[in-house]
Write a protein of this length. Structure first.
Length: 209
């Protein structure tokens, strides 16, 4: 039996997911959470095999939660279920340690497959990302500037485009303001911009916000 913890801030989504998963003979939902700051504690309380994680959570972003869970409980597999476009987010989510990235527009069978594969220690990625890897060849599939960001820089990038200032980023990541500022400086360099506003404009042009 695959023990699944759901982390999503929309009650309707959680209810639908719980019904879908509990209808499976090999899955059981052991808990639900709607606050990013409480996910790690929920993992420790419910001992799931798989965490189904939304990226848009209040009080702590999904990418930060992913990092925290993978650091504290590497045995727990994480399947990210998000509305964000696959081309822009899947690669970084997988690089950050998720077992799968599933867009909420996809068929429910693909989510079930991703959960089962994650439980077996395998990964699942959307075919759009696989096709991009094949088309790009073995050398470099990160053809857009933000694809060159490290996993940690991508966390900061997401916080910035959500409207967080440098000090807010430091608090969210639990690091010093100077460390957060260094991450932001690296992001600006890689994106070829000079201000936080330009980072947001870059994200807006690509449909990331």
């Amino acid at each position: 039996m695959i023990r699944v913890l759901l982390a999503d801030d929309h009650a309707i989504v959680r209810t639908g997911l719980a019904r879908l998963l509990d209808d499976q003979s090999d899955m059981r939902v052991v808990g639900q959470i709607d606050d990013g700051a409480e996910v790690v504690a929920a993992v420790e309380r419910h001992h799931p095999d798989v965490l189904v994680l939304d990226l848009s959570l209040p009080n702590r972003t999904g990418l930060t939660v992913l990092h925290d869970v993978r650091s504290a409980h590497p045995e727990v597999r994480v399947v990210v279920l998000s509305m964000y476009p696959e081309d822009a987010f899947a690669l970084h989510v997988l690089d950050a340690g998720a077992s799968a990235y599933v867009n909420k527009a996809r068929d429910s069978d693909e989510l079930l497959t991703a959960i089962r594969r994650a439980h077996r220690g395998l990964t699942w990625e959307p075919e759009t990302l696989t096709e991009r890897r094949i088309e790009a060849g073995p050398h470099d599939h990160r053809e857009l500037p933000h694809h060159a960001l490290s996993a940690r820089e991508y966390q900061v990038f997401m916080l910035v485009i959500e409207g967080h200032k440098v000090q807010d980023v430091a608090v969210e990541l639990g690091c010093s303001a100077s460390t957060a500022a260094n991450h932001v400086a690296n992001i600006k360099t890689k994106l070829g911009v000079t201000t936080l506003t330009e980072i947001v404009r870059y994200a807006s042009r690509l449909g990331l916000v």
